[in-house]
Design a binder for this molecule. Structure first.
Ligand code: URA
Length: 249
């Protein structure tokens, strides 16, 4: 389990059983049992009491011998592999949540927005409702960068159409890319500040091109490549990285 000691949250004082519950280790009773069973150590000493009010941030906590950093909320990036669904109830492929440790799911961690099952790349996940809302609300215009592989060679007309706007049947106004550039003969980078259903694929289709593969490579100013995650790997985001997710002021 990766631990990011730089990631500190102002958590209020609480008893050890309550703290374990907030971290996703089960019901209060189950957490009390874990403590009674000797599974929990503080500063290297097994503890069997849970009456004292503790300061979560100053604890050196281990669970079953594994170091554990207490976090009020989880802010994660997953490098989503192809053939995983972002839906809570996946129907044809495994869900992205199966790629996370089960304790995170007990904290109601959810994907922030969705990528199609065949889209790869940067996916945020969190258990902080306010963060999820700020990231996904169209009001906040968080730019998302994609690399799209086209079936046919990229043409100047394709780039011009995406930059000037393409009309989709169910959208009242044309959809315009914030920016768009050619990467090689069959690949473009496109930046969008909306998150309409299948938006990149439908914009390409409206411009007469089929999208063979799609990867999200950045959200705001945070790029996936700097996180060095292999497909299926995830990491915690620290405060500085989270600040990069919002548009520059
Ligand atoms: N646009 C798409 O078409 N698919 C995605 O998964 C994301 C953006």
């Amino acid at each position: 389990m990766p631990v990011a000691p730089d990631l500190k949250f102002p958590m209020k004082k609480m008893t050890l059983d309550k703290l374990l519950q907030t971290q996703g280790f089960g019901t209060r009773k189950a957490c009390q049992q874990m403590i009674a069973d000797g599974c929990v150590s503080l500063s290297g000493e097994v503890v069997t009491e849970y009456d004292d009010y503790l300061e979560p941030e100053s604890l050196v906590l281990s669970i079953n011998g594994q170091a554990w950093t207490c976090r009020e909320h989880l802010y994660l990036v997953l490098n989503k592999p192809a053939n995983y669904e972002c839906s809570r109830k996946p129907s044809h492929h495994p869900g992205v949540l199966t790629l996370l440790p089960p304790v995170f799911l007990a904290r109601n961690t959810q994907p922030v927005g969705r990528l199609d099952h065949d889209t790869t790349g940067m996916l945020l996940l969190s258990d902080d409702g306010g963060f999820i809302h700020r990231q996904s609300s169209p009001k906040h215009h968080v730019p998302k960068t994609y690399e799209a592989t086209t079936h046919d060679p990229v043409t100047p007309e394709l780039l011009a159409l995406l930059s000037s706007g393409v009309k989709l049947t169910d959208e009242p106004a044309p959809l315009v890319a914030l920016s768009c550039r050619q990467l090689d003969s069959h690949r473009i980078e496109i930046v969008l500040d909306q998150g309409k259903y299948h938006q990149v694929k439908r914009m390409l289709a409206a411009a007469g091109h089929h999208c063979d593969a799609l990867e999200r490579t950045a959200i705001g100013r945070l790029r996936l490549d700097v996180l060095a995650l292999k497909p299926g790997e995830w990491c915690f985001l620290d405060e500085a990285q989270r600040a990069l997710l919002m548009p520059a002021q």
